[in-house]
Write a protein that binds this ligand. Structure first.
Ligand code: MN
Length: 362
């Protein structure tokens, strides 16, 4: 019997095994499975962690732990965790044990997007980002850049393993996919559509509505007003400057809003948030490579990364005096224009100053 089972094991491991089988079989010896993702978890990372944790408990009966690396920022993302009652343990409070297996989702090791110590052994990396990290140490790697969301990949694992998807989890996976692919511009494929079709009948549509329409703080509207008063146009590019941004997530919210302006291909929002500048970029063109563009613009001033048409970054300010901030803002403007090959010109206000003042007097 021994040779036969060894052969059977080899054939599943070496040839025909589905990736979900290999993912589960590598966890046989683990006592506990800990799921981690990138800093400021988003719906795709939260849904993916939860879906895989459900798979592991259902198929292997192992103890699982979902973590949160830093605070959750956007109002909708916080609502997702509250409404769906998802339990996330802050990463810095985890009491690590020797039998722990670490599974990283929706991101890759050494991309500067985690606070997990670099020497922690990672069992698996499951992701869809093109911004590649260092995965050679992980025994299981499944990175599918053709997918719009990591939740799509996780949904496929659950169906492959014939694990029933409960209502709240279906809602989380659906919202995770939706946030990645239904924005404009859209980055998605047929596998994402297939997952959405499967999840939609299972999801709680009232909970979805609660999450999609999460209450926004007054600071969102304050930042939007600042952005509208201080948006400048340079040919196909608009830059919105917000000099008092209490929460960093507002930069992305504003860029999402501004990219809809007609005859514009690029929208950038730069917000001064305490001792740093937060940057968010949106692009309409398919081949935009926004992540690389923002990395080139930010350079050694800070950090940046992202997708084809969405990118984010951050520049720490050792000195946040008005003069120092204005100097970096001018440098950023120069770099954006140069990167996009737009002639150095004086920007045109989206809304003329006179119009802004007239409306205040009304
Ligand atoms: Mn994702």
């Amino acid at each position: 019997m021994a040779p036969r089972s060894a052969e059977a094991e080899c054939s599943t491991r070496c040839t025909g095994a589905r990736r979900s089988d290999r993912f589960l079989s590598g966890l046989q010896s683990a006592d506990r499975v800990i799921f981690i993702s990138h800093i400021h978890p988003d719906p795709d990372s939260i849904g993916s962690m939860w879906g895989l944790a459900h798979l592991v408990t259902h198929r292997l009966g192992k103890e699982v732990l979902l973590t949160r690396d830093g605070p959750i920022l956007r109002a909708e993302n916080r609502a997702m965790v509250d409404v769906l009652k998802i339990h996330l343990t802050p990463l810095d409070t985890v009491a690590w044990r020797s039998g722990d297996a670490i599974v990283m989702v929706d991101s890759q090791p050494n991309t500067g997007r985690h606070s997990l110590a670099a020497d922690m052994p990672i069992y698996a990396v499951i992701d869809h980002h093109a911004t590649s990290g260092e995965t050679s140490q992980a025994s299981f790697v499944d990175i599918r850049t053709s997918l719009g969301a990591t939740c799509t990949l996780v949904t496929r694992y659950l169906t492959e393993q014939q694990v029933p998807i409960p209502e709240r989890l279906a809602t989380a996976l659906l919202y995770g996919i939706e946030t990645e692919i239904t924005g404009y511009p859209r980055e998605a494929g047929p596998a994402d559509d297939e997952a959405l079709l499967l999840l939609y009948p299972l999801a709680d549509k009232d909970d979805l509505a609660r999450i999609r329409n999460a209450p926004l703080p007054p600071s969102y509207y304050g930042c939007l007003l600042q952005a509208l008063q201080c948006t400048f146009r340079y040919d196909r590019l608009i830059i919105s400057w917000v000099n008092d941004m209490p929460h960093p997530e507002h930069a992305a919210e504003i860029a999402d809003f501004m990219i809809r302006l007609e005859e514009v291909d690029w929208a950038v929002c730069v917000g001064l948030c305490r001792d740093k500048l937060v940057l968010s970029v949106r692009a309409k063109r398919e081949d935009a490579q926004a992540g690389q563009l923002l990395q080139a613009v930010v350079g050694k001033l800070g950090r940046a990364g992202g997708h084809d048409r969405r990118a984010g970054g951050c520049i720490p300010l050792p000195n946040a005096t008005v003069a120092a901030v204005e100097e970096i803002q001018a440098e950023l403007r120069r770099r954006f224009l140069k990167a996009l090959k737009i002639e150095e010109t004086r920007g045109q206000r989206l809304i003329p100053r006179r119009q802004i003042l007239n409306h205040i007097q009304d």
